[in-house]
Write a protein that binds this ligand. Sequence first.
Ligand SMILES: *Cc1c(COP(=O)(O)O)cnc(C)c1O
Length: 392
Amino acid sequence: MKCCDNIDARMVDETSINIDPIQVGGRLTPEAMKAMISWGDGYSVCDNCRKPFRLDYIQNPPLKEFHADLAEWLGMAQARTVPGARRAFQQVAGTYVEKGDPVLIGALAHYTSYLSVELQKGVVREIPKTKDNLITAENTADRIEDVIREFGTAPKLLYIDHVDYQFGNMHDVKGVAKVAHQYDVPVLYNGVYTVGIMPVNGKDLGVDFVIGSGHKSMAAPAPSGVLAATGERAEEVFRTTKMQGDLSGRTFGIKEVGILGCSLMGAPIVGLLASFPTVKERVKHFDEELANSKIIVDALRSIEGTKILSEYPRKHTLTRVDTTDSFDVVAQTHKKRGFFLSSALGKKGIRGIIPGATKIWKFNTYGMTRKQAEYVADTYLEIAETNGMTIS
Ligand SMILES: *Cc1c(COP(=O)(O)O)cnc(C)c1O
């Protein structure tokens, strides 16, 4: 099947069990797919845009209601949509960080966190991970003190990932936020692997901003994401324009500066909206996702030499494993070398692992049925057995 001459129709999730860490939480619901077709034209949601001419005031489709629901659902005062979590980082950093300002970032953070500070010409200082690959309140306190010594001021902002993308470990956001607030440092909660996956309440966590990714974890098309803030911080990060044209005297109403007026349009925002009921429901069943994940993690653990690098028992469906002493040993002498594993998985309809990776790799079981989880677990064991590995 083709979209046109030079573009194939993509078929991955239709034909396989996908375990790609970044893809599984963003797969569209049928409702979002329909929304993409119907609302895909550029400025489609502007059909019914009336005074005061801002995206989050549009009532048909119900974007206004969606913004209010989103804020409530995240336990925050206000919410906006953004073209990806990274744009939310940019918007928050753009509000608080100026040239030379120190910003604290958990050392397991994504590159986009760092770049959002770079864009402001800020200076990143990292909170180190413990030997268990966790970001802790204790290390946060130490690093704030270090920053004060170095810069003569507390960090202007702190980024903490609830679940990091490298290990899928869950970090003590509450503890970190508490420490940060003792120094009046605003806390940016990175929920790209939690918002839309498990229940998140920014108020309970005590954070200033909650950021989620639509295309990573809310079953929405790219680029999409959410930025929610407390009442106090909302006034700062969602400040409205005061700009005036010097000749024309033109002013621009209540357009928000940080996002250049309106953010998501067309397919991204209507897709986000269309999946929202499903997303709100699915976060209540994360325990079932973890149970499925455990079936696969335990199967891998039973293959001699395999180490789970993520915290165990698992608290998230994204897991990092080290198979240097198991699958990689086979790769040394296999005629397909390192590709034997991805190739064997591919033959069994399992996709999403980097081809050739047999040492350290990640997978995400989110969104599988129990039957699929058992199938994936059995497939790993079968591949191990076929290649003469020991299973305990
Ligand atoms: C994927 C990812 C991002 C970027 O999310 P976008 O929505 O694509 O901008 C940021 N932080 C972490 C930890 C991520 O894993």
